[in-house]
Design a protein. Structure first.
Length: 173
C-alpha cells in the first residue's frame, strides 16, 4: 500500500499512530452501514418518497419524509454518545475527544428541537439497535407514516365527495 499523506488543518490532534489517521480518514458522514440498513428496511416496507440529508429542513436529517414532516436521524453509537450501549471514549487526547463528543450531543439536541419547533416529528435510531433489530426500531416510524397515510386518504375522500372525483359531472340522460 503506498504511503498516504494527510492534510492536517489543526482542528484535531496528530495521532500517535499513523494507522489511526488512516482509519479515521475512512469514516463517512453519509451512506453509513446503519443508514443503508434503515433505508433498505423502509423500501422493503413500501415506504419510499423520502429525501436524504434534506437541506431545507432544520438540522438536515438523514432521512426526511418532507410532505409528512417526519425526520429520521440514524446515529452512530460512538460519535453521538449512545445512551443504550454507552461506548467508551478514547483515552488519548481526552480534552479534545470529550469536547468534540459533548458538542456532537448538544448539536443533536439543537437539531431535534429546531425540527420539533418547525412542526416535524423526530425519530432517532441508534446504530447498535438498528443492527440488532431494524424492524423493532422502525416500528414507530412505520406506524406514524401509516396513520398519516390513512388520515390523508380519508380527508381527501371526504373532500371530493366520498371517493368520487370532484371534477366529474353527472351524466345527461
Amino acid at each position: 500500500m503506498p504511503k498516504r499523506t494527510y492534510l492536517r488543518d489543526g482542528r484535531a490532534p496528530v495521532p500517535k499512530d499513523p494507522r489511526t489517521s488512516a482509519v479515521m480518514s475512512r469514516i463517512r458522514a453519509k451512506d453509513t452501514t446503519p443508514e443503508l440498513i434503515v433505508r433498505q428496511a423502509l423500501r422493503e416496507r413500501g415506504l419510499t418518497g423520502y429525501r436524504l440529508h434534506y437541506a431545507k429542513a432544520p438540522g438536515r436529517p438523514d432521512i426526511a419524509f418532507v410532505g409528512r414532516k417526519v425526520a429520521v436521524f440514524v446515529h452512530g453509537c460512538f460519535w453521538h454518545g449512545c445512551p443504550h450501549c454507552q461506548p467508551r471514549r478514547p483515552r488519548t487526547h481526552k480534552g479534545f475527544w470529550n469536547a468534540k463528543l459533548d458538542r456532537n450531543r448538544e448539536r443533536d439536541a439543537e437539531k431535534a428541537q429546531a425540527l420539533k419547533a418547525a412542526g416535524w416529528k423526530v425519530f432517532t435510531l441508534w446504530e447498535c439497535r438498528v443492527k440488532r433489530d431494524v424492524g423493532r426500531e422502525l416500528a414507530g416510524v412505520v406506524r406514524l407514516l401509516a396513520t398519516q397515510r390513512t388520515a390523508g386518504s380519508l380527508t381527501s375522500a371526504a373532500r371530493t365527495g366520498a371517493g368520487r372525483s370532484a371534477s366529474r359531472r353527472p351524466r345527461k340522460s
